[in-house]
Design a protein around this ligand. Structure first.
Ligand code: F6P
Length: 321
């Protein structure tokens, strides 16, 4: 393999730059040329591509976001879009590709592999919802951001004897809400994976803990739960008499300098993706499983399921009384 390309796709995640850096440096070290593709599959379809050097990735390991920019790309889901991308690769002599992103991006990677372009996926999403992977790039940083932000909200909630309802990201997955909630000692955690009863799991818990002297409350909810989160604040205030404020942490969760864990994870997974391509192995997803860097067939990776165990969910409830 002489020339490989790298792109980032879907929502950005802190640590993606560490992965890009590892791809570029390790490929050049192996004697390959590396092309950077801007704005994910869009750039691949429209030829927004440049050659990267050892110095293109200097001083980026500590930066959040992605220096290659990112996009969600509906056009690439069509056969015509895939053909456009393949034509670009043929024209530029690109014979392997690293896709850093979430499972939507891996579907694109699988398409390209099936059309004969060896492609390797590297899991990067703050949601941690890639089934084959214990931890995705960006999750640890987002968790730490949530903890820092909620600790601040706790200060002001405590000063005013208030309740704080906090919405965190996770359209389909509750990892950030559950583990963020455990880390900040939330009274209730609401996630899409488990049925909850608002009256029992929020209102009654607040009343019960108030009887034991608790005066301020943190409720953490994932954006993907069945109910709207903002109106909960008024319902809680009405039912408990505790003044309640709503905060959506929003996109601050996706930014910021990556933690040491995400830098190391991004570096190792980016490095491993190039190891595979250098042996002409494509159609794989790199993952960290039981502490080790491994890889899976993309089709197999996409068909895997990851569940939050009920006993993990119970931890949040049983120790926040
Ligand atoms: O990156 C995944 C994610 O963070 C989801 O949790 C969230 O719903 C979504 O991205 C938000 O994406 P956008 O930036 O397109 O609003």
């Amino acid at each position: 393999m002489n020339t490989i390309a790298v792109l980032t796709s879907g929502g950005d995640a802190p640590g993606m730059n560490a992965a890009i850096r590892a791809v570029v440096r390790s490929a050049i070290e192996k004697g390959m040329r590396v092309m950077g593709v801007r704005r994910g599959f869009n750039g691949l379809m429209h030829g927004d591509i440049f050659e990267m050097t050892l110095r293109s990735v200097s001083n980026i390991i500590e930066r959040g976001g992605t220096i290659l920019y990112t996009a969600r790309c509906p056009e690439f889901r069509t056969e015509e879009g895939v053909q456009k991308a393949l034509n670009t690769c043929k024209y530029l002599g690109i014979d392997g590709l690293v896709v850093i992103g979430g499972d939507g991006s891996f579907r694109g990677a699988r398409e390209l592999s099936e059309h004969g372009l060896p492609t390797v996926g590297v899991p990067g999403t703050i949601d941690n919802d890639i089934a084959c992977c214990d931890r995705t790039i960006g999750y640890d940083t987002a968790m730490n951001t949530i903890v820092e932000m909620v600790d601040r909200l706790r200060d002001t909630s405590e000063s005013h004897d208030r309740c704080s309802v906090i919405e965190v990201m996770g359209r389909h997955a509750g990892y950030l809400a559950l583990n963020g909630g455990i880390a900040v000692g939330a009274t209730s955690v609401l996630i899409p994976e488990f049925e909850y009863d608002f009256e029992r799991d929020v209102i009654d818990r607040m009343k019960r803990t108030r009887r034991t002297g608790k005066k301020n409350f943190i409720i953490v909810a994932a954006e993907g739960i069945k109910d709207e989160i903002e109106p909960m604040a008024a319902v809680i205030e009405e039912a408990t008499g505790v003044e309640t404020r709503y905060t959506n942490l929003g996109h601050v969760q996706r930014g910021g300098s990556p933690t040491a864990c995400d830098r190391v994870l991004g570096s190792k997974m980016g490095y491993w993706a190039v190891e595979l391509l250098s042996q002409d192995i494509g159609n794989r997803v790199v993952a960290q499983k039981d502490g080790k860097i491994v890889d899976f067939d993309i089709f197999e990776a996409l068909s895997m399921e990851k569940h939050i165990e009920e006993r993990e969910y119970k931890v949040a409830y049983d120790i926040s009384i």
